[in-house]
Design a binder for this molecule. Sequence first.
Ligand code: HEC
Length: 182
Amino acid sequence: MSDKSLVHSVYDGIEEHDNHLPNWWLFILWTSIVFSAGYWFWFHIAEAGPDQLGEYAAESAEVAKRASGSTPASDDMLLTLAKDSGVLDSGKQVFQANCAACHGAQGQGLIGPNLTDAYWMHGGSPMAIHRVVADGVVAKGMPAWERTLGAERVKAVTAYLLTLKGTDVPGGKAPQGEPEQL
Ligand code: HEC
């Protein structure tokens, strides 16, 4: 470093040199510039990647999806699910696979009671239906489903039953229980 030709100035005996910037430093500088141009183009011009709000919305949708499995059921939740076509599709599949044998393919009743009339032995409110499906009436031949199907599918099939309720399928089994008090 004592090459005098490179000395820029001297002050109080301190030499200021005019060195080249180190290559590693220049490398980081130019890489950052190239990266920032690509980043700017990708996120702000092409809008190919999600912006911060987009990422936040995607993450909160994911959290809500995971939470709905563990949130305890409520009348409001079940009524909301009964308007969700995805939930109703899976509820219908669960019904056909597990319930139709006893309640009929349309819920019109067979061994089990008619689920399309206005009469209920255990109550016709969303939560009353949910409780019977989850816990069963084992002594009377209605199995408990929460353990075999899991909370998610019990909610889905309950939501599906809410859409059958009151459809009064022709040729259904005679009413059992009490008319639902509204
Ligand atoms: C092995 C036959 C059988 C199967 C399978 C079955 N159920 Fe039942 N279910 C019954 C019987 C029997 C009753 C009547 C219980 C009683 O007398 O209290 C009943 C009652 C019910 C009730 C109450 C009806 C009321 O009037 O209060 C609902 C709701 C119900 N079942 C839904 C389901 C759903 C949903 C499934 C499928 C996940 C299912 N059941 C599968 C036999 C069955």
